[in-house]
Ligand binder design. Structure first.
Ligand SMILES: Cc1ncc(C[n+]2csc(CCOP(=O)(O)OP(=O)(O)O)c2C)c(N)n1
Ligand SMILES: CC(=O)[C@@H](O)[C@H](O)COP(=O)(O)O
Ligand SMILES: [Mg+2]
Length: 627
């Protein structure tokens, strides 16, 4: 069936009785492929029938489907002729794990970060209206993503529409792990309600049977559509906002889904279709542990166990352990996550200190201001958050934290290149956005011991401070270089002359290799671990200027606004004769792929950096200034 779909590229050509078989084949295909490539399995298994129903009812690419986050778009990719792409899913040069307009005309909007789909969908609806066009717009948002503030801003905005806009709420009662908060509780209540249309009819019939007052109640209720709803209809939260609620709908029944979608399409108003799905459906290990199979590396299908055993601690593990230790001695320390307790290493903290742990939902902006409030109230919050998601909270960091100089620790995980999630998730802007904020201190450790030392330092620090570290295994080299962390001070590793390599955070490992290569080629080379990106260690740079003709900065961040630019600016003011070569990422987005491939592509791998330094270094450097 799947083969036929690929050839004819039209699910509508299938007979109704063939659809169940197709759903089965899609699940088998996804399990097989993702067991090899890794990817977002559980969410995709949950939306197979929902995606099929949408493709049966709507005409793509004319109609627009907008996938919130986009991690659940694999069936959509399969149904739009991209089966072959799964051989290279999330690999360098291969198919993205998220919707991409440049990948297919059927991908209406690029996503990766949560809670954007209703805003984008509403934009499409308004554009349709302004241009006098006719197509359907469907935003598909999960219950987890509905914890994000943008979703409410968009619903609020959509409520005034008098034209069709379909919002499918894919409710699997899960975020990455358990969903949290009031909306989640509200949805749980709706889950037990009968399907709206049936219930409305049922209650009216029941009221007719109530002696004396029954009929008059119905008369009274019929006067306004909303008063009937107020008595019997689930989804009043949405209804009261002006969004028609339809549901709850069983999410694995294709005929029912198709009927509901057609019903939704008929209405001249914004409609929310509440669909109940099961995360991980059809693969027992994922049904049992949907959190583990949310995003997973290669695994054995028979057991669900990962293919490779983890040998070393990740930076995230180190952070989680040290934070728990610190929390034992510092009662004022509390931890915050925005729906990423496992991903940020806070699961153990949650277990040990449930009263001091806060999961705010997918709400990074709120998380930062919440942290500011906690700090103003006298406790010491540590907000562990992925670098790319913290981008959302730029104003909150400035307006709520730094302006008041509040002691908030930002533990910025997944900093630098993250690999297979690609463009939307690379944490390559944080050094720029963090170091542009007055009062903010920005640190980054060279190895796992320094991460521990820096976290302890951060907790003792009385002001806003960010600690950024990458995804993956923690580097354990250079363990004997462990000078105490002092605010704004770098760490001299090897002092020589001619060329000075100053590296930021986890790029230290590569920078040390670059130095070895330069030494092999006969150059004298100093190696410095920057430690602080803000404030930069001006004394150290002035010292370097005395007996070096080239200062090379190394960072896994875009060059614009990064460490190198700050060093360059300082050198051009203080010691114009010395050249500065900033080695950083280009001012661009970086696609998915292995870190190794991406560093090569962007010119920050050991080989390319060495060549760039050799090219830049010449006795002339000292006269020319900036390279
Ligand atoms: C701004 C932002 N924060 C965090 C994430 C990480 N994240 C990806 S999916 C997800 C859970 C989404 O839950 P839901 O929308 O219910 O989809 P499900 O995984 O249950 O299918 C989270 C927290 C993200 N993509 N974007
Ligand atoms: C879709 C999404 O945003 C997350 O699931 C993300 O892919 C997690 O990344 P890590 O694997 O680095 O935790
Ligand atoms: Mg969910």
């Amino acid at each position: 069936m799947l083969e036929r779909i690929q050839k004819e590229n039209d699910i509508k050509a299938l007979m109704p009785e063939e659809l169940e078989q197709l759903a089965l084949e899609i699940r088998e295909f996804l399990i097989e492929k993702i067991s090899k490539s890794g990817g977002h399995l559980a969410s995709n298994l949950g939306v197979v029938e929902l995606t099929m129903a949408m493709h049966l009812v709507f005409d793509l690419p004319e109609d627009k489907i907008i996938w919130d986050v986009g991690h659940q778009s694999y069936t959509h990719k399969l149904l739009t002729g991209r089966k072959e792409g799964f051989d290279e899913l999330r690999k360098y040069g291969g198919m993205s794990g998220f919707p991409k307009r440049k990948e297919s005309a059927c991908d209406a909007f690029d996503t990766g970060h949560s809670s954007t789909s209703i805003s984008a969908g509403l934009g499409y609806v308004k554009a349709r209206e302004l241009r006098g066009e006719e197509y359907s717009v469907v935003s598909v948002i999960g219950d987890g993503s509905l914890t994000g503030g943008m979703a409410y801003e968009a619903l609020n905005n959509a409520s005034s529409l008098d034209t069709n806009f379909i919002i499918v709420l894919n409710d699997n009662n899960m975020s990455i792990s358990e969903n949290v908060g009031g909306m989640s509780k509200y949805l749980a209540g709706l889950r037990t309600a009968d399907f709206y249309t049936g219930l409305k009819k049922g209650v009216t019939t029941a009221l007719h049977k109530v002696p004396v007052v029954g009929d008059s109640m119905i008369q009274k209720m019929r006067k306004t559509k909303s008063s009937i709803k107020q008595l019997v209809v689930p989804g009043m939260f949405f209804e009261d906002m002006g969004i028609t609620y339809l549901g709850p709908i069983p999410g694995h029944n294709i005929p029912v889904l198709c009927r509901a979608l057609r019903e939704a399409r008929r209405m001249d108003e914004p409609v929310l279709l509440h669909v109940m799905t099961e995360k991980g459906k059809g693969y027992a290990p994922a049904e049992k542990h949907p959190d583990k199979f949310h995003g997973i590396g290669p695994f054995h299908i028979e057991t669900g166990e990962p293919e490779t055993e983890k040998k070393k601690d990740s930076y995230t593990d180190v952070f989680g352990k040290v934070l728990c230790d610190e929390a034992r001695n510092h009662q004022e320390v509390v931890a915050i996550t925005a729906a990423m307790a496992d991903g940020t290493g806070l699961s153990r903290f949650r277990k040990l200190y449930p009263n001091r742990f806060f999961d705010v939902g997918i709400a990074e902006a709120h998380g930062v201001t919440f942290a500011a409030g906690l700090a103003a109230g006298g406790v010491h919050p540590v907000f562990a958050v992925y670098s790319s998601f913290l981008q959302r909270a730029y104003d909150q960091m400035i307006h709520d934290v730094a302006l008041q100089n509040l002691p908030v620790v930002l533990a910025v995980d997944r900093a630098g290149l993250v690999g297979s999630d690609g463009e939307t998730h690379q944490g390559i802007f944080d050094l720029s956005y963090l170091s542009s904020i007055p009062n903010m201190t920005v640190m980054s450790p060279k190895n796992k011991w320094e991460l521990a030392d820096m976290l302890r330092f951060a907790i003792s620090y009385q002001g806003p401070i960010a600690l950024r570290y990458p995804r993956g295994e923690a580097y354990d080299g250079y363990g004997n270089f462990r000078a105490p962390v002092v605010h704004g001070r770098s760490e001299m590793i090897y002092l020589e002359s001619e060329i000075a390599v100053v590296s930021v955070g986890h790029m230290f490992e590569a920078a040390a290799e670059v130095r070895n290569k330069l030494k092999e080629r006969g150059y004298c080379c100093t190696l410095v671990n920057a430690r602080f990106v803000k404030p930069i260690d001006e004394d150290m740079i002035e010292d370097l200027c005395r007996n070096h003709s080239l200062i090379v900065t190394v960072e896994e961040n875009v060059q614009t606004g990064g460490f190198g630019e700050h060093v360059m600016e300082f050198v051009s003011r203080k010691c114009r004769k010395v050249g500065v070569l900033p080695l950083a990422l280009p001012d661009d987005y970086v696609e998915h792929g292995s870190i190794e491939a991406l560093r090569k592509e962007t010119g920050i791998d050991v080989g390319t950096m060495t060549e760039k330094i050799v090219k830049a270094y010449s006795p002339k450097t000292s006269q020319e200034g900036r390279v």
